[in-house]
Design a protein around this ligand. Structure first.
Ligand SMILES: Cc1cc2nc3c(=O)[nH]c(=O)nc-3n(C[C@H](O)[C@H](O)[C@H](O)COP(=O)(O)OP(=O)(O)OC[C@H]3O[C@@H](n4cnc5c(N)ncnc54)[C@H](O)[C@@H]3O)c2cc1C
Length: 322
């Protein structure tokens, strides 16, 4: 694709969504000489590549790690590693499945952002024309191109764009596709799993002898990871360990509307049971509602569950992060 239109002026493209997909897309377009503006509704880039700060503690509550399964991506990650943006995570990872319990030896190195996952998004965002806090509520097609509007109908950019890239979960994209019925119909078929994530900090070691686990024999938990086993995580003030817990999609779906504090309590209890006993009474975490012993839960939009995307020529997505 040339970055220039027949008129000779560089093409203008709007990318909506500054998650890992939108940022990578924007960088690739800029390298082709295209003028790109990225619109992001949140106050920081990254989307589900997220780091949450609670009382000076940092938790990567979304993406846990990534692997490279493509030579082109391997080269990119090699560069990130050289630039100090990512490091391999050698945490001992288990599969917990009823009586069957075993270590899962990774086929390829598992990388994490350092000092937090967010570093990857910040690195990808550098130098881009990024408009944070700009939620796009509507796309309008004009003779000269596309304009983007907020929920009051105000244009987010008067000049307009030749093309618009929607780099966001399909549920968020759907309202923007109101005038594009064929595309909207296809986007509506993409299925997602919701995910409750809980962040827990302990003042005493848990005694758990592994760092992470895929859990398939628990009604609540689906993944647990000792956040503090990841590289370059700063020592946590007054805390021995911190953990991120992800709930199973079925549980997350069943309790979609649960209060955060309740989801957090249920997940913490399930974690304590998994550990084989209650957490230390002095277990403390980011406080929630004044309680000293409760972790914080967060709800994430979800993971793609559709095996084959309904767009021809696209790769199949399977088990996104195993
Ligand atoms: C709990 C959980 C754990 C996961 N763990 C892993 C893992 O360990 N390894 C792995 O490889 N993958 C993992 N995934 C999958 C991974 O998170 C996604 O594949 C990837 O982050 C998706 O990136 P994205 O840019 O497509 O979307 P997103 O990260 O969702 O980014 C979309 C962006 O668009 C913005 N946006 C949405 N609507 C609008 C709007 N109207 N206007 C402006 N901005 C908008 C959002 O704020 C967001 O920043 C996990 C997913 C979940 C939910």
């Amino acid at each position: 694709m040339s970055g220039f239109r027949a008129t000779g002026r560089p093409a203008r493209i709007a990318v909506v969504g500054a998650g890992i997909a939108g940022l990578s897309c924007a960088r690739a377009l800029v390298e082709l000489g295209v003028r790109v503006r990225v619109f992001e509704r949140e106050s920081c880039p990254g989307g589900r590549v997220a780091t949450r700060r609670i009382e000076a503690l940092c938790f990567d509550h979304g993406v846990q790690y990534f692997t490279t399964q493509d030579l082109r991506f391997e080269a990119v990650v090699h560069q990130w590693h050289a630039d100090g943006i990512v490091a391999p995570w050698r945490g001992r990872t288990m599969v917990l499945a009823g009586r069957g319990q075993g270590e899962q030896v990774a086929a390829a190195p598992r990388f994490v952002g350092v000092p937090t996952m967010e570093a990857v998004a910040v690195y990808l965002a550098r130098g881009l024309d990024l408009r944070l806090g700009n939620a796009v509520a509507q796309l309008r097609r004009q003779a000269a191109g596309w304009t983007l509007h907020d929920d009051s109908g105000a244009a987010l950019d008067e000049a307009g764009f030749d093309r618009v890239v929607l780099a966001m979960p399909s549920a968020s994209a759907l309202p923007l596709l109101a005038d594009l019925s064929t595309l909207a119909e296809r986007v509506a078929t993409v299925a997602w799993d919701p995910c409750w994530a809980a962040m827990l900090s302990l003042s005493r070691p848990s005694g758990i002898d592994f760092d992470a686990a895929f859990v398939s024999d628990d009604p609540i938990l689906g993944w647990i990871a000792r956040e503090s086993s990841k590289p370059s995580r700063a020592p946590l003030r007054g805390a021995a360990e911190s953990w991120v817990l992800h709930a199973h999609p079925t549980w997350s779906r069943a309790y979609l509307n649960m209060e955060e504090a309740d989801a957090s309590r249920w997940m913490q209890r399930a974690f304590a049971a998994r550990r084989g006993g209650p957490l230390s009474p002095s277990a403390r975490g980011p406080t929630h509602g004044g309680r000293p012993d409760v972790s914080r839960a967060w709800f994430l939009d979800g993971s793609l569950v559709t095996d084959e995307l309904p767009f021809s020529g696209r790769p199949a997505i399977k088990s996104p992060y195993r």
